[in-house]
Write a protein that binds this ligand. Structure first.
Ligand code: ADP
Ligand code: F6P
Ligand code: MG
Length: 459
């Protein structure tokens, strides 16, 4: 508990994306009905087309079946607003919850009693504001009488702001259904996200707040930024991805202007390769830390041109390939630390001159997986005491295998210029839900990483 106590003394800024997660728990019958509605042949053909955004229901069914078949966590943009009625007519939502990396991480750190958690999101409708936990250490920056002040998000909402609803389809290992004469069994539990990508939702810091980012940077120990995957290549008002990425770069430089505050970028899947490349090349070189899951690192490497390595990681998820890919990423993007989370293990890669020892890095990962296991067990972390629930979740059954494969990989790969640390995950057999577990891992990892840097006078 010591390290979590250290981390909780920190103040953190997190931005940009929040949304309402409308969660449906899938079972075989529901999936079968979807396939039968369109016919297996049509579904299979659309799967081969591999639509990168959802324009019509068949795009959704095809990408969902593909995700279920691989058991990989996926997110696909929904670009046709009319489909809300189709989704509402086909699914009932078991639960509506805070969504978006910034929203999930803000609530998590607030519930862990971090000293101060500042959350900024450009759209703050009343319904969204009320999904933030009602605690005094959660602050939303507002500009009043030309000065920066803070309010609880529930006091700062704006009537008329758009509400963004993402549909989350939780799936569980073992679910079976038939695609024509093929019987499919879902290999791993996870989630499929239908991400609303509508004109009205933008990722930016509102102009009146922007000049105060250096002041915010001075007041926090670290910043966790995410949501860039929600930027569209172009908008009907003439703005485009380059406009928003130029502004996003300015935000990071403004946060760092008065103090080199550490910035973590939580990555999420970006289907469009052009946008994925823009986000990587524009933002990764400006941040200190990046977090992503095993599907996302494969897509990132693909965007960087390492298609064979990317395919190997996506297909086999072998540790030495992930380590190799991580080394490339940390080198080419000049990151201080890269954290990869996968179903069976989580990993840090840093340069060998990182101030933290491998043991310290390992303790940060241990805190991260324990936090995720607590959230997977409870559905939500409501207090620091909930952390203990995670400590009673056993490591996954491949834990020893993971360690063995890691030792082999270290011998095979030149890792002298790096610190590479891997630990098996504490995996909850029947998680309440899996959406947001990667956000939880990254928030736990990054804040405990900062706490140890601070203790060493390196922050
Ligand atoms: N049942 C589970 N119990 C504990 N940890 C889990 C479980 N399922 C997934 N995880 C962890 O959560 C991570 C999911 O990360 P990610 O796909 O980024 O989720 P999200 O983006 O929704 O937060 C996995 O890589 C794994 O480390
Ligand atoms: O990419 P978007 O639309 O911001 O959505 C982010 C999605 O990722 C999550 O934050 C999980 O990481 C979900 O809660 C949310 O639906
Ligand atoms: Mg994630």
């Amino acid at each position: 508990m010591g390290l979590l106590d250290e981390a909780r003394k920190l103040s953190v800024y997190t931005a940009y994306n929040t949304n309402v997660d409308a969660i449906t728990f899938l079972n075989g019958e529901v999936v079968q009905r979807l396939i039968d509605e369109f016919g297996a042949e049509a579904v299979r053909k659309r799967m081969d087309d591999y639509p990168r955004e959802i324009n019509e229901p068949l795009d959704f069914v095809a990408r969902l079946v593909h995700a279920l078949k691989t058991g990989k966590p996926m997110a696909v943009p929904l670009v046709n607003e009319e489909l809300h009625t189709w989704f509402d007519s086909h699914f009932k939502y078991d639960v509506e919850r805070m969504g978006g990396q910034a929203g999930i991480i803000a609530n998590l750190l607030t519930n862990l009693d971090f000293r101060r958690v500042m959350v900024y999101t450009p759209h703050l409708a009343r319904k969204q504001a009320e999904m933030f936990v009602d605690k005094p250490n959660l602050l939303y920056p507002v500009v009043e009488n030309g000065g920066l002040t803070f309010k609880h998000p529930r006091e700062a909402y704006r009537e008329g702001d758009p509400i963004k609803v993402n549909r989350i389809f939780e799936f569980r290992a073992g679910t079976t259904f038939k695609l024509g004469d093929e019987t499919i069994t879902v290999p791993f539990s996870g989630r499929f996200i239908v991400s609303a990508r509508f004109e009205s939702i933008r990722i930016y810091t509102e102009p009146e707040l922007k000049p105060f980012l250096p002041e915010i940077g001075l007041q926090v120990d670290g910043a966790i930024l995410s949501g860039y995957q929600g930027i569209k290549l172009r908008y009907s008002d003439g703005k485009d991805a380059n406009h928003y990425l130029r502004e996003a770069k300015k935000d990071i430089l403004l946060l760092k202007r008065e103090k080199d505050v550490k910035v973590h970028l939580e990555f999420a899947s970006i289907q469009n390769r052009e946008l994925r490349k823009k986000v990587i090349y524009n933002l990764f070189p400006l941040v200190d830390s990046v977090g992503m899951d095993e599907a996302e690192i494969a897509h990132v490497l693909n965007a960087l041109g390492y298609s064979k390595l990317s395919d190997r990681i996506f297909t086999y998820n072998r540790i030495e390939d992930t380590v190799l890919g991580g080394k490339i990423l940390i080198d080419e993007m000049n990151l201080e630390v890269l954290q990869i989370h996968t179903i069976y293990y989580i990993m840090y890669i840093t340069h060998s001159d990182n101030p933290l020892s491998e043991d310290e890095l390992r303790s940060s990962l241990e805190l991260a997986t324990t936090l995720a296991a607590a959230r997977a067990s409870l559905g939500e972390i409501r207090s620091p005491e909930d952390f203990k629930v995670g400590t009673s979740v056993p490591y996954n059954e491949r834990g020893e295998y993971v360690k063995l494969r890691f030792e082999e990989a270290k011998r095979r790969l030149r890792t002298r210029e790096y610190k590479v640390v891997i630990i098996p995950t504490r995996l909850v057999k029947n998680p309440v839900s899996t959406v947001g577990l990667g956000d939880t891992i990254s928030a736990g990892a990054f804040t405990s990483y900062l706490a140890m840097l601070k203790k060493k006078g390196e922050l």
